[in-house]
Design a protein around this ligand. Structure first.
Ligand code: ASP
Length: 333
């Protein structure tokens, strides 16, 4: 009898513990743009979706084990950086000169600590370097050769720039250059956005109630003159604040910088008291689009709600909320 009672109370206790398990969630993106169903074979679509699921599940495992949002974000992004499908790490787009210049940033919602790197060419994982800048330097953003010296000092893995090469991106560069003509760089703006986007990012809420966001990219195809986009700019491409939300962006960086998109969304949550759906939809559809800015964001709040608005044909994206099933999507629903 006693044993029976003990068993019952153990079962009740474990149910109670499960009921009060704090919320946790993760969402990722692999870029927004003119992504149409007709561009993919069934096999290609499955391969993209599997990679997105792998990334979100890798991050989810960190959170489910009680790990930190920051670690989950880095883990998920590194899966995408290592994949040739996305414009970050391997598979990064080419600059006009035919190399790769990578940008990344990370932010911790618990204390507003942030780290970013711009225009790095030999660092295998730019998001890992962004984290090192945040944690091991007194600065927020490092760029170019200085950032690379710092990476070496920190013992991060360095690779030849050709490590990021893929044939598909090279062909995109050739096409872009053909369309641009050498003299008319302004024509860049008229390029189909297939040539521009594909950044990766992640946002997470951990069981301790902390938010984090990170973004990593090769930038835009045929970029020149050391162009830096929104991805490494805190407030434009990445933002996290436990008082509001965490955001990672993808799209035409110049607009995301000018409209400080990531921070604007969270400021609306913080000061207007609106939810992430209202804040995200307003900024992406009512502010950015009329101004000419295309792209999208992933947003998470401290309750573990996720919203992923975009104003392009598609955005590679995935989410896993608590222990629910992983949801992966590419096109508009
Ligand atoms: N936002 C990135 C940039 O402008 C591009 C992208 O999202 O794919 O560099």
């Amino acid at each position: 009898m006693l044993r029976y009672l003990l068993l019952i109370s153990l079962v009740l206790l474990s149910h109670a513990a499960a009921a009060v398990e704090p919320p946790f969630a993760i969402a990722i993106h692999g870029g927004a743009g003119t992504i149409k169903r007709s561009d993919f074979s069934a096999e290609q679509e499955t391969a993209y979706k599997q990679k997105l699921a792998e990334a979100v599940e890798a991050g989810h495992a960190v959170l489910a084990n009680g790990g930190e949002a920051m670690d989950a974000v880095i883990t998920a992004i590194q899966v995408l950086e290592a994949s040739p499908f996305f414009n970050a790490g391997v598979g990064a787009v080419y600059t006009f000169e035919g190399g790769h210049e990578l940008d990344a940033s990370i932010m911790n919602g618990a204390n507003l600590a942030a780290g970013a790197v711009a225009g790095v060419t030999t660092v295998k994982s730019p998001i890992a370097l962004a984290r090192a800048v945040m944690e091991q330097s007194v600065h927020v953003m490092l760029s170019g050769s200085g950032a690379e010296q710092f990476a070496e000092q920190q013992g991060l893995e360095l690779v030849d720039n050709s490590y990021f090469n893929t044939e598909a991106r090279y062909q995109q560069l050739l096409k872009a250059k053909q369309r641009l003509g050498v003299a008319d760089y302004q024509a860049y703006l008229a390029l189909d956005d297939r040539f521009k986007y594909g950044t990766v990012g992640a946002v997470a809420l951990d069981k301790h109630g902390n938010l984090a966001a990170g973004t990593s990219t090769g930038g835009m195809t045929a970029k020149r003159w050391g162009r830096v986009g929104d991805a490494p700019i805190i407030g434009a491409g990445t933002w996290a604040d436990n008082a509001s939300c965490a955001v990672s962006a993808t799209g035409h960086g110049e607009y995301f910088i000018r409209y400080h998109v990531a921070a604007d969304i969270c400021s609306r949550v913080k000061y207007q008291g609106v939810d992430i759906v209202t804040a995200g939809d307003t900024v992406i559809h009512d502010v950015l689009l009329p101004a000419g800015g295309t792209g999208g964001v992933i947003i998470i709040d401290r309750q573990g709600n996720v919203h992923m608005p975009f104003n392009t044909a598609g955005m590679y994206r995935a989410q896993r909320i608590g222990n629910q099933q992983t949801e992966v999507a590419i096109y508009k629903n």
